[in-house]
Design a protein around this ligand. Structure first.
Ligand code: SF4
Length: 377
């Protein structure tokens, strides 16, 4: 495996409200790190797990600390986290990256101070700044630019790197951001940021009609055109997928999944190893996804769907849709399309559901078809 990713669920507090957030409200209120992360034996436990995965083929080891706004943690805990990262940084003789999640929703000066404590630990440390694209407040985007510039200056001073923190943009399809406006927000000193942008299009969480899918499709095409020169996650993902020989038989698909899942280790808040994988939407933790969207993550569900949906039947990218994980969004959107929720009043909410009669769908259910066409043809 060329790339090995360890993703640790160690801290959850976050004052944000992203539409598809995997965390529960209770978790987002929890301001303590999980106890295991600072216990003496954790470094040994994690080091052994990593060592078992490293092979002569390994080109990059990524260790991610998530998933809340880690920069809202107490400074004493940030210092402990920095100590752990320092130990990990010297323990493995392979190229590596440390990724720290933050949503930046807190006071900027204290977040900058904590960011510096972490930046001092390793030249390979980056922040995964998770931003809800629905946030319109100019002051929030100014905080983001100040944070980004501050860390860039620090890295330039230390002659570390050219590119910087990763912007993780969570897109709520129900409230698609204005692309021109978004592009302007991501400019610093009149230049669009060079660092990676990870976009994740979440499924709809309400009844949808054909027009919604059509809008999503057009929005994705325009987004892709506008950000054509930017390092966006789905481009790298599709490029890597293009290099994988996808045969016609089910075994190749299984092999792809196995390979993908083997390179990804997810450690949950109870220190259990959970199944996860990398997808076109970013990292997928099936356990949480299942809780959040109430879907069966089995690929058989998708095959059933693809076989009864006109546009999927005719789609040239069914396999890619499956292998990239995009099918998970399609499944949920299909569910939202077939069921209608009647809101008689706020209190009755979603108690009554009515199955729609079979409808023909003229648009891709996740919007990714346009990207598959652009990058895989
Ligand atoms: S990319 Fe869209 S149209 Fe193609 S199989 Fe997936 S959901 Fe269906």
């Amino acid at each position: 495996m060329k790339q090995i990713i360890f993703n640790l669920d160690v801290y959850f507090k976050c004052a944000g409200h992203c539409a598809g957030c995997f965390l529960s409200q209770q978790e987002r209120n929890d301001s303590q790190f999980v106890p295991y992360v600072f216990q003496n034996d954790f470094f040994t436990y994690l080091s052994q797990l990593i060592q078992q995965k490293i092979t002569p083929e390994t080109e990059l080891l990524i260790i991610g600390f998530g998933r809340g706004n880690i920069l809202s943690a107490e400074e004493k805990d940030i210092i402990l986290l920095a100590q752990l990262i320092k130990k990990l940084d010297v323990a493995f003789d392979v190229p590596k990256k440390f990724e720290i999640s933050t949503s930046l929703i807190d006071k900027l000066p204290s977040q900058l101070q904590k960011a510096e404590i972490l930046l001092k630990t390793s030249p390979n440390l980056y922040f995964n700044v998770v931003v809800n694209s629905e946030i319109l407040s100019p002051s929030f985007w100014k905080i983001w630019r100040d944070f980004y510039q501050h860390n860039q200056k620090y890295r330039v001073q230390k002659s570390i790197i050219e590119n910087g923190d990763i912007l993780v943009l969570n897109i709520n399809p129900d409230n698609l951001p204005d692309i021109e406006d978004l592009y302007q927000k991501l400019k610093i000193e009149n230049k669009i940021i060079q660092s990676p942008i990870n976009v994740a299009f979440f499924p709809y969480q309400r009844h949808i009609v054909e027009e919604d899918l059509k809008q999503l499709h057009q929005w994705i095409i325009y987004f892709d055109q506008t950000f054509k020169d930017t390092d966006v996650n789905y481009k790298n993902f599709l490029l890597q997928m293009k290099n994988f020989e996808i045969g016609q038989d089910v075994n190749t698909i299984k092999n792809y999944f196995q390979k993908n899942q083997q390179s990804y280790v997810f450690i949950d808040k109870y220190k259990n190893i959970k199944q996860g994988s990398l997808s076109i939407m970013g990292e997928i933790d099936y356990h949480r996804l299942k809780d959040k969207f109430d879907i069966n993550v089995s690929i058989h569900e998708f095959l059933k769907l693809a076989n009864r949906n006109k546009v999927c039947i005719e789609c040239d990218y069914q396999k890619e849709c499956l292998l990239s994980g995009a099918y998970l969004v399609a499944l949920q959107n299909d569910k939202m399309k077939r069921k209608k929720y009647f809101f008689a009043n706020q209190n009755m909410a979603s108690n009554i559901t009515v199955e729609h009669k079979k409808e023909k769908t003229a648009y891709c259910l996740n919007g990714y078809q346009a990207l598959f066409q652009n990058y895989l043809k």
